[in-house]
Structure formats: structure tokens, C-alpha cells
Design a protein. Structure first.
Length: 77
């Protein structure tokens, strides 16, 4: 953003664009972590009740970490 665009954004929105960006990224990653905990817990319950085998359980965990790493790479670089 140019200086004029940033000043206009701050004047109309009342918040600096960098602060808003940090806030939105924080909310996104917090939501992603909550979803990951829910997915891994659900997979663990399925594995402990023998509805999922160990390979499927590990696949859920690996997929979550892959999504987290890919989003982290693209959004935080």
C-alpha cells in the first residue's frame, strides 16, 4: 500500500493495516489449531474404539500438519 492508501485506511477504519493483518492471521491460525485438535481427538476416539486402524489415524495427523505447514508457508512468508 502507498502511504496515502495506508493513511486513508487508518482514518476510515481506525486501525493500522499491519495490526489488522496480524489480528486476522492470528484468528485464522487459532481456528486452524482448534480444528486440528478436534480432528485429532475425533480420530483418536475412532482409533480407540477400533473404527479406524492405525494407518488411518496417522493419516489424519499427517494431513493436519501438512495443511498447517502449507498455510504457514504461504501466509507468513
Amino acid at each position: 500500500m502507498t502511504a496515502a492508501q495506508s493513511a486513508a485506511f487508518k482514518a476510515n477504519g481506525g486501525i493500522d493495516p499491519g495490526v489488522l493483518s496480524t489480528l486476522l492471521l492470528g484468528l485464522l491460525f487459532a481456528t486452524l489449531l482448534l480444528w486440528g485438535v478436534w480432528a485429532m481427538r475425533t480420530a483418536y476416539v475412532g482409533w480407540s474404539e477400533q473404527r479406524l486402524n492405525q494407518r488411518q489415524f496417522l493419516a489424519v495427523i499427517v494431513r493436519f500438519f501438512a495443511v498447517y505447514l502449507v498455510l504457514g508457508y504461504f501466509l507468513l512468508r
